[in-house]
Design a protein around this ligand. Structure first.
Ligand code: AMP
Ligand code: MG
Length: 492
């Protein structure tokens, strides 16, 4: 364990890919949270992170001697329209940290000052989005869903001007990679197939050295990204996650959830739910996410065309064939996930059909998604008084009672006894999720009073989402009418 010893391999790419930028120091940095557990998995010494030297790096006061921070260039489609060059306008990649297993992770500061990509922005972040992203990504990680992580949240001691003056913050983000579909879109528009090949080679040498030099490397990798993305969106939807702004610049090529802005979590299971204040058409609604992911992957496919075949037509055919598999890959992952969540056998088509019918029943009855799955996990193989804990969640309890009958019939053909099934279901169905109103309470306390106690309490709770924590029963359920959050904001 030691301080950060970063390398910067992205700078081996041509200069068009990035801009070297040092962070801009801030007034009075103070740590809000340092993620000791994550630090240890990365091989970083938590004591160092808590030291003056560590804080200086996490807040952008100093840079490490051997590595030049960079802002990465990318472009993207936003809400279905070409948005041109975007790039890291308020984020800097410090470099890569190698964990004890030899896996490399990007260490990035978000909110560390302006870059050549800042356009009219200030390169800074309000403390509110820092708290939201910290809680959001760490909650997803605790649920076992691939995501970027948060190593630290820092208060800058400065104010940023948004609709009002708000305290500033910096998030230290950790990712397997910050390459996005938008990174490929940026490079593909340089009209230089060699640059696309260089980016692909960079990604392959970092994540798939086995494919370096392979004559079908681009196709192998494209199919792999399709698989990872389909699996990721299925995992999101199993827990009711709505990303909120699935633009191609917010879509990772390594299958991690990235860029937590106006995301939200379902309370009641409403398939076309939208929370994001900027998503006026519902393009990124809960149930649109698979289609949007496929659309984004098609944009990636376009960038890879010159690497897929010599002739464009042939490349299009290859890419289309790969993309056409997305719906069935997604369906496979999602149906398997839902079937496992209800304790049935995903290899049995009848079980899967019955499991999926629960979603329709929840949608028709405004049932809370998280509580439905969690409470189902405590029911016995025979009907009993506990059934009511579930049926009260449904507008028309008789509908779920009927579903339960079919469920119990299916249970007869599963190998697990009730105790093992219940234990397995409790590992699949969280008791606690980052409900929108809870996130909002933590954000409000941070912005209004620089009070981070609610954030820390919530973070601790959500680090153990599968454990019943009776002392926090208040945080298990949906909001009261006066706590309800109807819109989420990116806040920047
Ligand atoms: P996001 O909404 O975080 O996905 O960001 C979209 C684009 O806007 C990216 O290019 C960001 O770097 C840029 N951006 C967002 N907020 C700021 C800011 N405060 N200053 C500069 N650029 C920003
Ligand atoms: Mg973004």
């Amino acid at each position: 364990m030691s301080g950060m010893q970063l390398t910067q391999t992205y700078t081996q790419l041509p200069e068009v890919f990035y801009a070297p930028v040092d962070p801009t120091p801030v007034d009075r940095p103070t740590p809000i949270v340092i993620n000791d557990a994550l630090a240890e998995t990365l091989g970083l010494d938590p004591h160092w992170l808590h030291s003056e030297a560590g804080l200086a790096v996490l807040s952008g006061q100093t840079t490490l001697p051997q590595t030049q921070p960079i802002a990465m260039a990318y472009a993207g489609h936003q809400f279905g329209h070409w948005a041109g060059v975007l790039g890291d306008g308020r984020a800097l990649l410090l470099g890569e940290q190698q964990d004890p297993q030899g896996q490399r992770f990007d260490i990035q500061l978000k909110g560390a000052g302006p870059t050549p990509f800042s356009r009219n922005g200030d390169g800074r972040s309000s403390i509110g989005p820092v708290v939201r992203e910290y809680l959001g990504c760490e909650a997803m990680a605790a649920l076992g869903i691939p995501t970027t992580r948060a190593l630290a949240a820092i208060a800058t001691g400065e104010c940023v001007q948004r609709d009002r003056q708000e305290p500033g913050g910096i998030l230290c983000r950790v990712a397997k990679s910050h390459v996005r579909i938008g990174t490929f879109e940026f490079i593909a528009r340089q009209n230089d197939p060699e640059s696309v090949q260089a980016l692909l080679s960079h990604v392959l040498s970092r994540h798939h050295p086995e494919w370096v030099g392979h004559d079908q490397a681009a196709l192998c990798w494209f199919e792999h990204v399709i698989e990872l993305t389909a699996a990721l969106v299925a995992r999101w939807m199993e827990v009711g996650f709505i990303h909120g702004v699935m633009n191609t610049d917010n879509c990772s090529v390594v299958g991690e959830t990235i860029d937590y802005g106006p995301f939200g979590m379902l309370d009641a299971f409403i398939p076309d739910q939208v929370y994001s204040s900027i998503d006026r058409q519902g393009r990124y609604a809960y149930n649109q996410q698979p289609a949007v992911a496929a659309w984004n992957l098609a944009r990636l496919g376009e960038c890879l065309l010159p690497l897929l075949a010599d002739e464009t037509e042939a490349g299009i055919e290859i890419a289309t064939a790969a993309l056409n598999r997305f719906p069935s890959i997604f369906k496979h992952h999602f149906e398997r996930g839902i079937t496992e969540k209800v304790g049935l056998d995903p290899t049995n088509a009848q079980h899967t059909e019955h499991a999926m019918a629960l979603l329709d029943c929840m949608a028709a009855n405004d049932a809370d998604m998280t509580l439905t799955f969690r409470r189902l996990g405590s029911l016995d193989d025979q009907p009993g008084p506990k059934d009511e804990s579930l049926s009260v969640l449904f507008d028309d309890p008789s509908q779920v009672d009927q579903w339960l009958q079919g469920w119990r019939q299916c249970l007869q053909s599963t190998p697990l006894d009730a105790t093992s099934r219940q234990a397995a279901m409790n590992q699949r169905n969280p008791a606690f999720i980052l409900r929108n109103h809870l996130a909002q309470q933590a954000v409000d306390a941070a912005i209004d009073q620089l009070d981070f106690a609610p954030m820390k309490r919530l973070g601790a709770l959500l680090s153990r989402p599968f454990e019943d924590q009776p002392e926090h029963a208040d945080w298990a359920g949906p909001p009261r009418a006066d706590e309800r959050v109807l819109k989420t904001f990116c806040g920047t």
